[in-house]
Ligand binder design. Structure first.
Ligand SMILES: Cc1ncc(COP(=O)(O)O)c(C=O)c1O
Length: 455
Protein backbone atom coordinates (compact mmCIF):
# COMPACT_ATOMS: atom_id res chain seq x y z
CA UNK A 1 0.00 0.00 0.00
CA UNK A 2 1.27 3.53 -0.78
CA UNK A 3 2.21 5.32 2.42
CA UNK A 4 1.61 9.06 2.00
CA UNK A 5 3.75 10.11 4.94
CA UNK A 6 6.72 8.18 3.50
CA UNK A 7 6.05 9.68 0.09
CA UNK A 8 6.03 13.19 1.53
CA UNK A 9 9.21 12.74 3.58
CA UNK A 10 11.03 11.29 0.57
CA UNK A 11 10.03 13.98 -1.91
CA UNK A 12 10.52 16.80 0.61
CA UNK A 13 13.97 15.39 1.42
CA UNK A 14 14.81 15.39 -2.31
CA UNK A 15 13.62 18.99 -2.61
CA UNK A 16 15.65 19.98 0.46
CA UNK A 17 18.79 18.40 -0.91
CA UNK A 18 18.24 19.98 -4.32
CA UNK A 19 17.84 23.40 -2.73
CA UNK A 20 21.03 22.98 -0.67
CA UNK A 21 22.90 21.99 -3.82
CA UNK A 22 21.71 25.07 -5.66
CA UNK A 23 22.36 27.38 -2.68
CA UNK A 24 25.99 26.28 -2.62
CA UNK A 25 26.28 27.36 -6.28
CA UNK A 26 28.53 30.38 -5.86
CA UNK A 27 30.63 29.02 -3.00
CA UNK A 28 31.67 25.60 -4.24
CA UNK A 29 34.50 25.09 -6.74
CA UNK A 30 32.94 24.70 -10.17
CA UNK A 31 34.76 21.45 -10.98
CA UNK A 32 34.48 18.51 -8.57
CA UNK A 33 37.59 17.67 -6.55
CA UNK A 34 39.70 14.65 -7.49
CA UNK A 35 38.71 13.03 -4.18
CA UNK A 36 34.99 13.48 -4.93
CA UNK A 37 35.39 11.97 -8.39
CA UNK A 38 37.29 9.01 -6.91
CA UNK A 39 34.56 8.64 -4.29
CA UNK A 40 31.96 8.19 -7.05
CA UNK A 41 33.39 4.67 -7.42
CA UNK A 42 31.24 3.86 -4.37
CA UNK A 43 28.34 3.58 -6.83
CA UNK A 44 30.10 0.73 -8.58
CA UNK A 45 28.84 -2.44 -6.89
CA UNK A 46 27.27 -5.72 -8.00
CA UNK A 47 23.54 -5.63 -8.73
CA UNK A 48 21.99 -5.67 -5.23
CA UNK A 49 20.03 -8.78 -4.34
CA UNK A 50 17.96 -7.04 -1.70
CA UNK A 51 16.60 -3.51 -1.90
CA UNK A 52 17.45 -0.49 0.25
CA UNK A 53 15.42 2.08 2.10
CA UNK A 54 14.30 4.88 -0.26
CA UNK A 55 15.64 7.66 2.00
CA UNK A 56 18.99 5.87 2.16
CA UNK A 57 19.08 5.61 -1.65
CA UNK A 58 18.51 9.34 -1.91
CA UNK A 59 21.09 10.08 0.80
CA UNK A 60 23.72 8.03 -1.04
CA UNK A 61 22.95 9.83 -4.29
CA UNK A 62 23.42 13.20 -2.62
CA UNK A 63 26.36 12.33 -0.37
CA UNK A 64 28.37 10.58 -3.06
CA UNK A 65 26.90 12.00 -6.26
CA UNK A 66 26.49 15.73 -5.56
CA UNK A 67 30.16 16.44 -4.72
CA UNK A 68 31.23 14.57 -7.89
CA UNK A 69 29.09 16.72 -10.19
CA UNK A 70 30.45 19.50 -12.37
CA UNK A 71 28.55 22.59 -11.19
CA UNK A 72 26.93 23.32 -14.53
CA UNK A 73 24.41 25.51 -12.73
CA UNK A 74 27.21 27.77 -11.48
CA UNK A 75 27.21 31.34 -12.79
CA UNK A 76 30.92 30.77 -13.45
CA UNK A 77 30.58 27.65 -15.58
CA UNK A 78 31.57 28.76 -19.09
CA UNK A 79 32.23 25.39 -20.72
CA UNK A 80 30.76 24.22 -24.04
CA UNK A 81 27.39 26.02 -24.48
CA UNK A 82 25.44 25.09 -21.38
CA UNK A 83 22.69 27.00 -19.63
CA UNK A 84 22.03 26.84 -15.93
CA UNK A 85 18.27 26.16 -15.45
CA UNK A 86 16.10 28.97 -14.10
CA UNK A 87 14.74 28.14 -10.62
CA UNK A 88 11.14 28.22 -11.86
CA UNK A 89 11.96 25.63 -14.52
CA UNK A 90 13.55 23.32 -11.95
CA UNK A 91 10.43 23.67 -9.81
CA UNK A 92 8.00 23.00 -12.67
CA UNK A 93 10.22 20.17 -13.88
CA UNK A 94 9.94 18.50 -10.45
CA UNK A 95 6.16 18.87 -10.44
CA UNK A 96 5.90 17.58 -14.01
CA UNK A 97 8.04 14.60 -13.02
CA UNK A 98 5.62 13.93 -10.18
CA UNK A 99 2.80 13.94 -12.78
CA UNK A 100 4.81 11.38 -14.82
CA UNK A 101 2.96 12.04 -18.07
CA UNK A 102 3.75 10.25 -21.30
CA UNK A 103 3.02 13.02 -23.73
CA UNK A 104 2.92 10.98 -26.94
CA UNK A 105 -0.86 11.27 -27.31
CA UNK A 106 -3.05 14.29 -26.62
CA UNK A 107 -6.15 12.59 -25.29
CA UNK A 108 -4.42 10.94 -22.36
CA UNK A 109 -2.23 13.95 -21.51
CA UNK A 110 -4.47 16.98 -22.06
CA UNK A 111 -2.66 19.32 -19.64
CA UNK A 112 0.88 18.69 -20.85
CA UNK A 113 0.10 18.52 -24.56
CA UNK A 114 -1.81 21.80 -24.27
CA UNK A 115 1.10 23.42 -22.42
CA UNK A 116 3.50 22.18 -25.11
CA UNK A 117 1.29 23.61 -27.82
CA UNK A 118 1.26 26.98 -26.07
CA UNK A 119 5.05 26.93 -25.57
CA UNK A 120 5.56 26.07 -29.23
CA UNK A 121 3.32 28.95 -30.39
CA UNK A 122 5.08 31.38 -28.05
CA UNK A 123 8.51 30.40 -29.38
CA UNK A 124 7.36 30.83 -32.99
CA UNK A 125 6.11 34.27 -32.03
CA UNK A 126 9.43 35.12 -30.30
CA UNK A 127 11.52 34.00 -33.28
CA UNK A 128 9.16 35.55 -35.84
CA UNK A 129 8.53 32.17 -37.51
CA UNK A 130 5.37 31.59 -39.56
CA UNK A 131 2.46 30.81 -37.21
CA UNK A 132 1.51 27.65 -39.15
CA UNK A 133 4.90 25.95 -38.63
CA UNK A 134 4.87 22.55 -36.95
CA UNK A 135 7.19 21.90 -34.02
CA UNK A 136 8.62 18.93 -32.12
CA UNK A 137 9.90 18.80 -28.56
CA UNK A 138 12.98 16.60 -28.57
CA UNK A 139 16.06 15.95 -26.45
CA UNK A 140 18.26 18.65 -27.92
CA UNK A 141 19.55 20.32 -31.06
CA UNK A 142 21.06 17.03 -32.26
CA UNK A 143 17.66 15.39 -32.50
CA UNK A 144 16.06 18.67 -33.58
CA UNK A 145 18.48 18.73 -36.54
CA UNK A 146 17.65 15.08 -37.25
CA UNK A 147 13.90 15.70 -37.06
CA UNK A 148 13.95 18.79 -39.28
CA UNK A 149 16.21 17.07 -41.81
CA UNK A 150 13.87 14.06 -41.87
CA UNK A 151 11.10 16.48 -42.91
CA UNK A 152 13.47 17.98 -45.50
CA UNK A 153 14.18 14.50 -46.86
CA UNK A 154 10.45 13.82 -47.14
CA UNK A 155 9.69 17.07 -48.99
CA UNK A 156 12.67 17.02 -51.36
CA UNK A 157 11.97 13.41 -52.36
CA UNK A 158 8.21 13.98 -52.63
CA UNK A 159 8.96 16.83 -55.05
CA UNK A 160 10.70 14.36 -57.38
CA UNK A 161 8.00 11.74 -56.97
CA UNK A 162 9.77 9.39 -54.53
CA UNK A 163 8.07 8.25 -51.32
CA UNK A 164 11.12 7.97 -49.11
CA UNK A 165 9.28 6.77 -45.98
CA UNK A 166 7.76 3.87 -47.90
CA UNK A 167 10.62 3.02 -50.26
CA UNK A 168 13.71 4.09 -48.38
CA UNK A 169 16.86 5.36 -50.03
CA UNK A 170 18.06 2.21 -51.79
CA UNK A 171 17.68 2.95 -55.48
CA UNK A 172 16.42 6.48 -54.78
CA UNK A 173 17.50 9.42 -56.98
CA UNK A 174 20.43 11.44 -55.62
CA UNK A 175 19.84 14.54 -53.52
CA UNK A 176 22.59 17.13 -53.03
CA UNK A 177 23.29 18.14 -49.43
CA UNK A 178 25.20 21.39 -48.96
CA UNK A 179 26.82 22.02 -45.58
CA UNK A 180 29.55 24.45 -44.60
CA UNK A 181 33.12 23.87 -43.52
CA UNK A 182 31.90 24.86 -40.05
CA UNK A 183 28.71 22.80 -39.84
CA UNK A 184 28.23 21.34 -36.37
CA UNK A 185 29.13 17.62 -36.01
CA UNK A 186 25.56 16.80 -34.96
CA UNK A 187 24.35 17.72 -38.45
CA UNK A 188 26.73 15.14 -39.94
CA UNK A 189 25.47 12.62 -37.40
CA UNK A 190 21.89 13.40 -38.47
CA UNK A 191 22.79 13.08 -42.15
CA UNK A 192 24.33 9.69 -41.40
CA UNK A 193 21.25 8.50 -39.50
CA UNK A 194 19.00 9.67 -42.34
CA UNK A 195 20.92 7.64 -44.92
CA UNK A 196 22.40 10.66 -46.71
CA UNK A 197 25.88 9.77 -45.47
CA UNK A 198 28.13 11.91 -43.31
CA UNK A 199 30.62 12.47 -46.14
CA UNK A 200 28.44 12.66 -49.25
CA UNK A 201 28.09 16.41 -48.90
CA UNK A 202 29.20 19.56 -50.71
CA UNK A 203 31.04 21.91 -48.36
CA UNK A 204 30.53 25.67 -48.68
CA UNK A 205 33.69 27.68 -47.83
CA UNK A 206 33.60 30.02 -44.81
CA UNK A 207 35.21 33.31 -43.85
CA UNK A 208 37.50 34.16 -40.90
CA UNK A 209 34.59 34.05 -38.42
CA UNK A 210 33.27 30.71 -39.69
CA UNK A 211 30.34 32.19 -41.66
CA UNK A 212 29.45 30.78 -45.07
CA UNK A 213 31.13 33.03 -47.64
CA UNK A 214 28.24 33.83 -49.95
CA UNK A 215 30.59 34.88 -52.77
CA UNK A 216 31.90 31.29 -52.91
CA UNK A 217 28.59 29.48 -52.31
CA UNK A 218 28.24 26.30 -54.43
CA UNK A 219 25.87 26.34 -57.40
CA UNK A 220 22.42 25.06 -56.43
CA UNK A 221 20.79 22.74 -58.91
CA UNK A 222 18.45 19.75 -58.68
CA UNK A 223 16.96 18.39 -55.44
CA UNK A 224 18.97 20.03 -52.68
CA UNK A 225 19.05 20.42 -48.90
CA UNK A 226 21.19 23.23 -47.46
CA UNK A 227 22.32 23.17 -43.82
CA UNK A 228 23.10 26.61 -42.39
CA UNK A 229 23.98 27.76 -38.89
CA UNK A 230 22.91 30.47 -36.45
CA UNK A 231 25.69 30.70 -33.89
CA UNK A 232 29.03 29.03 -34.56
CA UNK A 233 30.03 26.96 -31.54
CA UNK A 234 33.41 28.71 -31.40
CA UNK A 235 32.86 32.27 -32.60
CA UNK A 236 29.07 32.67 -32.29
CA UNK A 237 28.98 33.85 -35.94
CA UNK A 238 25.89 33.52 -38.15
CA UNK A 239 25.66 32.26 -41.74
CA UNK A 240 24.03 34.71 -44.19
CA UNK A 241 20.84 32.66 -44.23
CA UNK A 242 18.74 35.40 -45.89
CA UNK A 243 21.19 35.59 -48.83
CA UNK A 244 21.31 31.80 -49.12
CA UNK A 245 17.50 31.63 -49.16
CA UNK A 246 17.40 34.22 -51.95
CA UNK A 247 19.67 32.04 -54.08
CA UNK A 248 18.28 28.65 -53.12
CA UNK A 249 14.55 28.99 -52.55
CA UNK A 250 13.64 29.90 -56.16
CA UNK A 251 15.41 26.66 -57.14
CA UNK A 252 13.23 24.60 -54.81
CA UNK A 253 16.00 23.81 -52.29
CA UNK A 254 15.21 23.21 -48.61
CA UNK A 255 17.13 25.52 -46.27
CA UNK A 256 17.66 24.31 -42.70
CA UNK A 257 19.03 26.46 -39.86
CA UNK A 258 20.89 24.90 -36.93
CA UNK A 259 20.28 27.58 -34.31
CA UNK A 260 21.07 25.54 -31.20
CA UNK A 261 21.80 28.72 -29.26
CA UNK A 262 22.01 31.46 -31.90
CA UNK A 263 18.31 31.47 -32.76
CA UNK A 264 17.65 33.13 -29.40
CA UNK A 265 19.41 36.26 -30.69
CA UNK A 266 16.22 36.90 -32.66
CA UNK A 267 14.53 37.89 -29.38
CA UNK A 268 17.02 40.69 -28.62
CA UNK A 269 16.43 44.07 -30.26
CA UNK A 270 20.17 44.73 -30.24
CA UNK A 271 21.10 41.41 -31.81
CA UNK A 272 18.16 40.35 -33.98
CA UNK A 273 19.99 41.73 -37.06
CA UNK A 274 22.19 38.63 -36.81
CA UNK A 275 19.11 36.57 -37.72
CA UNK A 276 17.96 38.79 -40.57
CA UNK A 277 16.35 36.79 -43.38
CA UNK A 278 16.19 33.62 -41.25
CA UNK A 279 12.43 33.39 -41.40
CA UNK A 280 12.67 32.62 -45.13
CA UNK A 281 14.19 29.21 -44.30
CA UNK A 282 12.23 25.95 -44.19
CA UNK A 283 13.29 24.50 -40.85
CA UNK A 284 15.03 25.54 -37.68
CA UNK A 285 16.57 23.59 -34.79
CA UNK A 286 17.22 25.06 -31.36
CA UNK A 287 17.87 24.13 -27.76
CA UNK A 288 15.96 25.27 -24.71
CA UNK A 289 18.49 23.66 -22.35
CA UNK A 290 21.17 26.07 -23.54
CA UNK A 291 20.11 29.70 -23.65
CA UNK A 292 16.56 29.48 -22.38
CA UNK A 293 18.05 27.90 -19.24
CA UNK A 294 15.63 25.03 -18.73
CA UNK A 295 16.85 21.72 -17.24
CA UNK A 296 18.38 19.08 -19.51
CA UNK A 297 17.22 17.78 -21.88
CA UNK A 298 15.23 20.05 -24.16
CA UNK A 299 15.43 20.88 -27.85
CA UNK A 300 12.89 21.96 -30.45
CA UNK A 301 12.56 21.53 -34.22
CA UNK A 302 10.37 23.94 -36.19
CA UNK A 303 9.27 23.05 -39.70
CA UNK A 304 7.40 25.37 -42.07
CA UNK A 305 5.90 22.45 -44.02
CA UNK A 306 3.85 20.69 -41.35
CA UNK A 307 2.79 18.00 -43.81
CA UNK A 308 6.41 17.06 -44.52
CA UNK A 309 7.20 16.79 -40.80
CA UNK A 310 4.09 14.78 -40.06
CA UNK A 311 4.70 12.47 -43.03
CA UNK A 312 8.23 11.80 -41.79
CA UNK A 313 7.24 11.16 -38.17
CA UNK A 314 3.66 9.93 -38.15
CA UNK A 315 2.72 6.76 -36.33
CA UNK A 316 -0.47 4.74 -36.37
CA UNK A 317 -1.63 1.48 -34.86
CA UNK A 318 -4.96 0.06 -33.81
CA UNK A 319 -4.16 0.43 -30.12
CA UNK A 320 -3.04 4.08 -30.39
CA UNK A 321 -5.46 6.99 -30.30
CA UNK A 322 -4.20 8.31 -33.59
CA UNK A 323 -7.56 8.93 -35.21
CA UNK A 324 -8.27 12.13 -33.33
CA UNK A 325 -9.24 15.72 -33.96
CA UNK A 326 -6.35 16.78 -31.68
CA UNK A 327 -2.69 17.22 -32.54
CA UNK A 328 -0.93 14.11 -31.33
CA UNK A 329 2.63 15.09 -30.28
CA UNK A 330 4.02 11.70 -31.35
CA UNK A 331 3.09 12.48 -34.96
CA UNK A 332 5.82 15.12 -34.97
CA UNK A 333 8.67 13.53 -32.99
CA UNK A 334 10.99 10.55 -33.47
CA UNK A 335 9.73 9.09 -30.16
CA UNK A 336 6.33 7.71 -29.25
CA UNK A 337 6.72 7.88 -25.46
CA UNK A 338 8.53 10.78 -23.89
CA UNK A 339 8.48 13.20 -20.97
CA UNK A 340 6.60 16.50 -21.27
CA UNK A 341 9.70 18.61 -21.75
CA UNK A 342 7.71 21.47 -23.28
CA UNK A 343 6.31 22.30 -19.83
CA UNK A 344 9.73 23.60 -18.72
CA UNK A 345 9.82 25.81 -21.81
CA UNK A 346 6.33 27.11 -21.03
CA UNK A 347 7.42 27.89 -17.45
CA UNK A 348 10.53 29.77 -18.56
CA UNK A 349 8.60 31.85 -21.09
CA UNK A 350 5.69 32.50 -18.72
CA UNK A 351 8.07 33.59 -15.97
CA UNK A 352 10.37 35.76 -18.12
CA UNK A 353 8.03 37.15 -20.76
CA UNK A 354 9.44 38.46 -24.02
CA UNK A 355 11.30 41.26 -22.22
CA UNK A 356 12.85 38.89 -19.69
CA UNK A 357 14.12 36.54 -22.41
CA UNK A 358 15.59 39.48 -24.34
CA UNK A 359 17.19 40.86 -21.19
CA UNK A 360 18.75 37.47 -20.36
CA UNK A 361 20.19 37.13 -23.86
CA UNK A 362 21.57 40.69 -23.84
CA UNK A 363 23.04 40.28 -20.35
CA UNK A 364 24.95 37.16 -21.44
CA UNK A 365 26.22 38.92 -24.56
CA UNK A 366 27.27 41.98 -22.55
CA UNK A 367 29.14 39.74 -20.14
CA UNK A 368 30.89 38.04 -23.07
CA UNK A 369 31.98 41.54 -24.20
CA UNK A 370 33.22 42.23 -20.67
CA UNK A 371 35.39 39.11 -20.81
CA UNK A 372 36.76 40.14 -24.21
CA UNK A 373 37.58 43.69 -23.02
CA UNK A 374 39.26 42.34 -19.88
CA UNK A 375 41.50 40.03 -21.91
CA UNK A 376 42.36 42.72 -24.47
CA UNK A 377 43.18 45.24 -21.71
CA UNK A 378 45.51 42.66 -20.18
CA UNK A 379 47.27 42.40 -23.56
CA UNK A 380 45.86 39.12 -24.86
CA UNK A 381 44.43 38.31 -28.25
CA UNK A 382 40.70 37.69 -28.61
CA UNK A 383 40.44 35.57 -31.74
CA UNK A 384 36.79 36.16 -32.67
CA UNK A 385 34.50 39.12 -33.24
CA UNK A 386 32.40 38.87 -30.09
CA UNK A 387 28.98 39.29 -31.69
CA UNK A 388 27.15 37.00 -29.29
CA UNK A 389 28.02 35.04 -26.14
CA UNK A 390 31.17 33.22 -27.29
CA UNK A 391 34.74 34.38 -26.62
CA UNK A 392 37.96 32.79 -27.88
CA UNK A 393 41.15 33.99 -26.24
CA UNK A 394 44.76 32.98 -26.70
CA UNK A 395 47.53 33.48 -24.14
CA UNK A 396 50.33 32.29 -26.38
CA UNK A 397 51.28 28.99 -27.96
CA UNK A 398 49.39 25.72 -27.85
CA UNK A 399 51.13 24.38 -24.72
CA UNK A 400 50.65 27.67 -22.81
CA UNK A 401 46.93 27.77 -23.59
CA UNK A 402 46.40 24.16 -22.57
CA UNK A 403 48.34 24.65 -19.31
CA UNK A 404 46.32 27.74 -18.35
CA UNK A 405 43.01 26.04 -19.15
CA UNK A 406 43.97 22.93 -17.12
CA UNK A 407 45.01 25.12 -14.21
CA UNK A 408 41.87 27.27 -14.10
CA UNK A 409 39.71 24.15 -14.29
CA UNK A 410 41.59 22.67 -11.33
CA UNK A 411 41.62 25.95 -9.36
CA UNK A 412 37.82 26.02 -9.47
CA UNK A 413 36.83 29.71 -9.56
CA UNK A 414 35.38 29.14 -12.99
CA UNK A 415 35.41 26.51 -15.73
CA UNK A 416 36.45 27.32 -19.30
CA UNK A 417 37.10 24.85 -22.09
CA UNK A 418 39.66 24.39 -24.81
CA UNK A 419 39.20 24.57 -28.58
CA UNK A 420 41.22 24.80 -31.74
CA UNK A 421 40.09 27.70 -33.92
CA UNK A 422 41.52 27.83 -37.44
CA UNK A 423 44.62 25.94 -36.34
CA UNK A 424 45.17 27.88 -33.11
CA UNK A 425 44.53 26.46 -29.64
CA UNK A 426 42.41 28.81 -27.54
CA UNK A 427 40.38 29.12 -24.37
CA UNK A 428 36.70 29.02 -25.24
CA UNK A 429 34.24 30.88 -23.03
CA UNK A 430 30.49 30.64 -23.46
CA UNK A 431 28.25 32.86 -21.35
CA UNK A 432 24.73 31.45 -21.30
CA UNK A 433 23.79 31.06 -17.66
CA UNK A 434 20.88 33.25 -16.49
CA UNK A 435 22.63 34.00 -13.19
CA UNK A 436 26.06 35.15 -14.41
CA UNK A 437 26.75 38.72 -13.29
CA UNK A 438 29.39 41.26 -14.27
CA UNK A 439 31.00 40.51 -10.91
CA UNK A 440 31.24 36.82 -11.83
CA UNK A 441 33.05 37.85 -15.00
CA UNK A 442 35.47 40.07 -13.06
CA UNK A 443 36.17 37.36 -10.46
CA UNK A 444 36.80 34.85 -13.27
CA UNK A 445 39.00 37.24 -15.23
CA UNK A 446 41.08 37.90 -12.14
CA UNK A 447 41.52 34.18 -11.42
CA UNK A 448 42.50 33.41 -15.03
CA UNK A 449 44.90 36.34 -15.31
CA UNK A 450 46.57 35.43 -12.00
CA UNK A 451 47.26 31.96 -13.37
CA UNK A 452 48.64 33.51 -16.56
CA UNK A 453 50.90 35.83 -14.51
CA UNK A 454 52.21 32.97 -12.40
CA UNK A 455 53.35 31.40 -15.69
C1 LIG B 1 25.47 24.85 -33.32
C2 LIG B 1 25.12 23.62 -32.54
N1 LIG B 1 24.35 22.66 -33.09
C3 LIG B 1 24.01 21.55 -32.43
C4 LIG B 1 24.44 21.33 -31.14
C5 LIG B 1 24.04 20.07 -30.43
O1 LIG B 1 23.18 20.37 -29.39
P1 LIG B 1 22.74 19.27 -28.30
O2 LIG B 1 24.02 18.85 -27.64
O3 LIG B 1 21.83 20.02 -27.42
O4 LIG B 1 22.08 18.14 -28.99
C6 LIG B 1 25.25 22.29 -30.51
C7 LIG B 1 25.76 22.07 -29.14
O5 LIG B 1 26.54 22.83 -28.61
C8 LIG B 1 25.59 23.47 -31.22
O6 LIG B 1 26.35 24.42 -30.66
Amino acid sequence: MPDNSKLRSLLVDAADRGVSYREAGRERAVAPSGAAVRDARKFVEPMPVDGSDDLAVLAMLDDVGSPATMMMTSPRYFGFVIGGSLPVTVATNWLTTAWDQNVGMHEITPATSTLERVAMDWMMDLFGLPADCAASFVTGATVANFTALAAARNRVYADIGWDVEANGLIGAPAVTVIVSEETHPTVFKSLGMLGFGRNRVVRAPVDQQGRIDISRFPRVSGPTIICTQAGNLNTGAFDPVGDICEIAKPKGAWVHVDGAFGLWAAVSEQRSHLCSGFTAADSWATDAHKWLNVPYDSGIAFVRDAVALKSAMTISADYLMTDTEFRNPADFTPELSRRARGVDVWAALKSLGRNGVAEMIDRCCDNAQRFASGFREAGFEVLNDVVLNQVLVSFGDDATNRKIIDEIQAEGTCWCGVTVWQGQTAMRISVCNWSTTAEDVDISLQAILEIVDEG
